[in-house]
Design a protein around this ligand. Structure first.
Ligand code: SAM
Length: 308
């Protein structure tokens, strides 16, 4: 059935498992820590997928005395992993833009007897609507809702405005898979190659245009012994680490807590950075405790060089 094939959620590699395990460990910590505090807890997965993850695996080889062949394994995706947390969250809210994947997600309702809402559309719009309506719109002092929000996009789909919406709640912990490599890819060596589309994606992800001045500078004019510059021909002087540091600085401008990132490598290259962020000053101590445990457990593994 072609529809069923399209709904399959094929993505990632070993780094994906690290990402999902890291977030799941935090969810377990969170539910344990908050269980007797009288809060209504929400798990919000804004790029939810299907609940499954179809991963390629290599079977056989010398140790198994079998010919090497490629197979497929069905593993738990983020939504299903979250639904298995005990004690469960009070609410599960999933956004998914793909129709076939929405249908797969809906099947989780028959498997898990939990309060599941599926938002069929764009995550940025869905989150704005959710936090702009009751009970969330009642504000932090009046209501007992608390949430963990997982932002796990394929690329640069999370707008900075969405992060601002989350920060304004003052009571959600956000796990954000920042697409480091995709962002750097939008920044060509020559300033003149920065087209409208690239600028648009960078302004959307950083929520400002300051990156231009920070990353690009005029290069010294050739043969100019007096230190003059050829201002027409700017080049990118900022390297990957400076660009990633700028992103972290931007997150820090709206969240009072931004964790060190968990680096996720693909073929030895820094592809993604997984951050935990919160704008709830009273919860920082507890959040730090949970994040410290996650970073300690997963940073060595995340630093290993993986293939696809
Ligand atoms: C990396 S996958 C998420 C995987 C999921 N966290 C899991 O572990 O199974 C990204 C998902 O986001 C969906 N998606 C892409 N753009 C979206 C958007 N703007 N709003 C909501 N969902 C989107 C894709 O269809 C895809 O299922």
């Amino acid at each position: 059935m072609p529809g069923a094939k399209r709904a399959k959620n094929e993505f990632g590699g070993p780094w994906t498992e690290i990402k999902l395990d890291a977030v799941t460990d935090y969810l377990q910590f969170y539910q344990g820590a908050l269980k007797n505090m009288g809060f209504e807890t929400w798990y919000i997965d804004a790029f939810a997928g299907t609940g499954d993850r179809h991963a390629k695996v290599i079977k056989g080889g010398l140790l198994e005395a079998q010919p090497i062949e490629e197979g497929e394994e069905v593993l738990d995706g983020s939504a299903r992993k979250a639904l298995r947390i005990n004690p469960p969250f009070t609410h599960y809210w999933f956004a998914e833009a793909h129709k076939g994947r929405q249908a797969q997600l809906a099947k989780l309702r028959t498997e898990f007897d939990q309060n599941i809402t599926i938002y069929p559309g764009d995550a940025n719009t869905g989150l704005r609507d959710l936090f702009g309506s009751r009970p969330w719109s009642d504000g932090p002092t009046k209501s007992k809702q608390r949430a963990v929000v997982f932002l796990d996009p394929f690329g640069m789909s999370v707008s900075f405005e969405t992060l601002e919406v989350l920060a304004a709640t003052k009571r959600v912990d956000v796990w954000y898979l920042f697409p480091r490599a995709a962002t750097i890819q939008q920044l060509p060596h020559k300033h003149s190659a920065l087209d409208h589309t690239k600028r648009g994606s960078l302004e959307r992800i950083f929520g400002c245009a300051d990156w231009d001045e920070r990353f690009y500078a005029a290069q010294p004019a050739q043969g100019d012994f007096f230190g003059g510059t050829n201002s027409k021909d700017k080049i990118r002087l900022a390297k990957g680490d400076e660009i990633a540091a700028f992103a972290r600085e931007r997150f820090g401008s709206i969240f009072c807590y931004v964790s060190k990132p968990l680096p996720l490598l693909v073929n030895g290259n820094d592809f993604f950075e997984l951050y935990c962020m919160s704008n709830n000053p009273r919860a920082i101590h507890l959040i730090e405790k949970g994040v410290k445990h996650v970073l300690k457990n997963y940073t060595p593994a995340s630093r290993r060089t993986f293939g696809h």
